[in-house]
Structure formats: structure tokens, C-alpha cells
Design a protein around this ligand. Structure first.
Ligand code: PEP
Length: 254
């Protein structure tokens, strides 16, 4: 399975800074790596068009993701950005259900499911995030909690509509905390989710990736990313630093 590294820039960088970071990243990577690993950047909505234009004009291998997509298709929903609008910009992916959206913006499992449907209906690959809060990990409730999040997110998906999907395990206690999950913990969750998802009619072994996110850094990337079970990483903080992000990408043994 081709590995994927996704940089989630969150609410950082204006569009000029975003273009600079994309270009710096591209200069720091050789074409060989870009062909063997999917490298994806998720900037703010305001930078999507600028970055996609650079990617298209300079024929870069780096791909662009949005950080979110609307649960609505069009109409009187001020501030929303639809899957069709993203698709028109040639955006390839959308992060959906990030824990910051679930907790800060109270996004429900139902809304996340609608966003997943809207994405696949518009040929955008959903990067479905899920993960437990600290208190559930300690009392062993986390697997049930995670499977519930995953099952809700993919409810109603049909094989004829779904192309690729990415499932990203992001334990809340690991996001932005410097506390990374152990490889064993990440593998346990991702294998359990894979087993569950493989029962679904839309599942395609070749086109479904299971990745980890949460304080991935140059010091822990090699161990996580060279496991057969972990197909890649969603990287927050370290993706804003080109040197660190490149070190993470280079830690994958090709
Ligand atoms: C994230 O925001 O998806 C994330 C994993 O952040 P960080 O790498 O900073 O923990």
C-alpha cells in the first residue's frame, strides 16, 4: 500500500505564506519520494485556490486537501463551503470529523456522516478522523467508542459511489500534546477498525488506508510509519515546519 502523509495546517498561514511553504516543501523533496509517497497539504479554505493553482501550473505531485466540508450542498448557509465548490477547484481530499471540529464546534456523528456522503458524491476522498478522549482510554471503553464513530461516519456508503477512503486514528490526548500513541496502541486500533470496515460492502483493500495522527514528529515517525499496518500519518504541528515535515516523510523506508 502506498503510504500517505497529510499535513494539517489548521488555522495558520495566510495564502502568501501557504504558497511559500508549499514551494519550500517541494524544493526539499525529490521527485522520487513524491512519486512513492502521497503527500497532501490541508491549508485553510482561503489558501486552497492559490495552492491548487501552484500545483496545477508547476505540475507538482503534492496534493491538496480541505480541512473540512459543509454538510449542506448549497443554499442559505452563510460561511459554509460545499463539496462541489471544492471539487471544482480540483481539491482531492477533505479532512472530516477532526476532533477539533467534534469538540470545539460540536459536530455530531450524523453531521460527519453527511459530510462523508457529500464528499464521495463529489469525488473528494474523505479523510475520516476518529479517536477517544483520555478518560475512555484509561477505562478501556475506547474501542467501542471508536467503532461507533467509524460506523456512524460510513453509514449508508455504497460501493458504486466510493472510490478511496482514508481512516485516521487520532486519539484526542495525543493531538498537539507531544504525547504520541505507542506503535502497539496505534496498530491495535487501526487493525480493529480495518476488521470492522472490511465487512462493509464499499470496502476495497487496495483503496482504503488506515493512518495515525497525534504528535507525529521526526523522533517517532520512523517507528510508526514503517509498520505494515499503518499506511501513513496525519501531521499537525510538525507540518508547519518544512524541515520537520520532510524528516517525517523521509523516515519512510522506500
Ligand atoms: C492534527 O491536528 O490532526 C494533529 C495530529 O496534530 P498534531 O500533529 O499537532 O498532534
Amino acid at each position: 500500500m502506498k503510504k500517505i502523509i497529510i499535513g494539517n495546517w489548521k488555522l495558520n498561514l495566510d495564502h502568501l505564506e501557504a504558497i511559500q511553504l508549499l514551494q519550500k516543501l517541494n524544493y526539499s523533496l525529490d521527485v522520487d519520494i513524491e512519486e512513492k509517497i502521497d503527500i497532501v497539504l490541508a491549508p485553510s479554505h482561503t489558501s486552497l485556490r492559490s495552492l491548487q493553482t501552484v500545483v496545477d501550473t508547476d505540475k507538482l505531485k503534492i496534493q491538496i486537501s480541505s480541512q473540512d466540508v459543509s454538510g449542506y450542498l448549497n443554499g442559505p448557509y452563510t460561511g459554509e463551503v460545499s463539496a462541489a465548490q471544492l471539487s471544482k477547484l480540483n481539491i482531492s481530499y477533505s479532512i472530516i470529523g477532526h476532533s477539533e471540529r467534534r469538540t470545539v464546534f460540536n459536530e455530531s456523528d450524523e453531521l460527519i456522516n453527511t459530510k462523508v456522503h457529500n464528499s464521495v458524491d463529489n469525488n473528494i476522498i474523505p479523510i475520516i478522523c476518529f479517536g477517544e478522549p483520555d478518560e475512555l482510554r484509561t477505562n478501556n471503553e475506547f474501542l467501542r467508542f471508536i467503532l461507533n464513530q467509524v460506523n456512524s461516519a460510513v453509514k449508508g456508503l455504497r460501493k458504486d459511489k466510493v472510490d478511496e477512503i482514508i481512516f485516521a486514528y487520532e486519539p484526542i490526548w495525543a493531538i498537539g500534546t507531544g504525547k504520541v500513541a505507542s506503535v502497539e496502541d496505534a496498530i491495535q486500533v487501526l487493525s480493529t477498525v480495518k476488521e470492522e470496515v472490511s465487512k462493509k460492502s464499499f470496502f476495497d483493500e487496495e483503496k482504503t488506508r488506515f493512518i495515525y495522527g497525534g504528535s507525529v514528529s521526526p523522533s517517532n515517525a520512523a517507528e510508526l510509519l514503517n509498520s505494515k499496518i499503518i499506511d501513513g500519518a496525519l501531521v499537525g504541528g510538525a507540518s508547519l515546519d518544512v524541515e520537520k515535515f520532510v524528516q517525517i516523510i523521509r523516515s519512510i523506508k522506500l
